[in-house]
Design a protein around this ligand. Sequence first.
Ligand SMILES: [Zn+2]
Length: 422
Amino acid sequence: MLDLLNLPGIKPVDMRHESKGLVIVAEPETVEVPLCGGCNTLMHKHGTRKNKFMDTPLYMEPVRLEVQRPRFRCESCGKMSMPELSFLDDKRRATKRLVDVIRQQCLGTTFHALAEQTGVAVNTVKNIAHDLINELSQTVRYETPVIMGIDEVNLAGGYRCVITNLATNNVFDMLEHRTQEHLKPFFKALPDADKVEWVCTDMWRPFKRSFAQYLPNAKLVIDKFHVVKMASEALEVERKNYQAQLSKEDRIYVKKSIRWLTLKRPGNLTPAEQKALEVVKQAIPELAVAYDFKEAFFCIYDELDKQNAQNAFEAWENSLPDQGLVAFKKLAKTVHNHYDDIFAYWDAPFSITNGYTEGLNGLIKMSNRLGRGYGYPIIRAKTLYSKEARKVGSGIRAGHGKVEYGPHIPTLLKQAESGELD
Ligand SMILES: [Zn+2]
């Protein structure tokens, strides 16, 4: 029989088909009668043992090996012995090469699909994946970001903390929760902590308290998108108050929803949409006022230096009317509460933001795809150790050896969209 197994020390002698796949019967090629380790005398043949192991699929079917192994017994001390099979995994009834295939694929496909393909139990696939994840968490090291983003993502049934490298657009790490109990040990154990120059987060105060003592050179900047988002939210409060005032005739001109028209930046509107916006503003003067306050707030970020930005904010705040626009007044108060960290944006050598819309929303979308049936540790590993996404931006750097930054966010998103990470 042709040796389609290509495993050292055994040869196939028979093959049959069963409902669960192929069964290949094999025998040891040559068996030398062993010496007893203790007595140093030749052992004697003592029957055979049939052992079953799973092997890599053949013809797209799971393969089970049945190996007939002779057993030997020492006449003097009674010790038993069987020929060693070097291709077997130590921990599982499977060949090493099958465990390797599962290791290579388990973070890129579902455990169930892999179990079905290989004929291995789902729990075995899970165990192999957990061993792999433990190994990866010990051995994989990403470069500490100089510009670090800290965000919160609703993922695998809870709010998780995602740490990103904002200069390279990679995921650096993921923590189970963004509480101080999780953040402090992370920062405490962070290698090259002095490398971090900027930390960009939302307005959640525990972030600052968590890293302040561990990152000696880091300055906090509150993410621009989180700040301007509050102006959009304030406008939404006003829109809901006034939208009902639009007459039926005016509605015909306003083909798009008012929400959409007013939330978009005017530069992103088509001429027709700009006209529709004008109709809305004329029909609802109160909404027009709120809209202009939203836009003026966004424009603060168009200022090129810190003093001008601070002046623009002051002028904006001073022009708020005494009555009404409560949501905008609340926004002004929030800016004052985080004043230095918000205006630190203009101290940075270039614009630092968490790229809120592309990066974070994409991660959420991706986690929704990944989330089905997986717990947090698996989703974390699938994200953090994604083979393809890890390649982007990584490589050999002169004097630094192999440098890795973590999975590249746009590549992760592309994979999520095509379903490769499922
Ligand atoms: Zn012996």
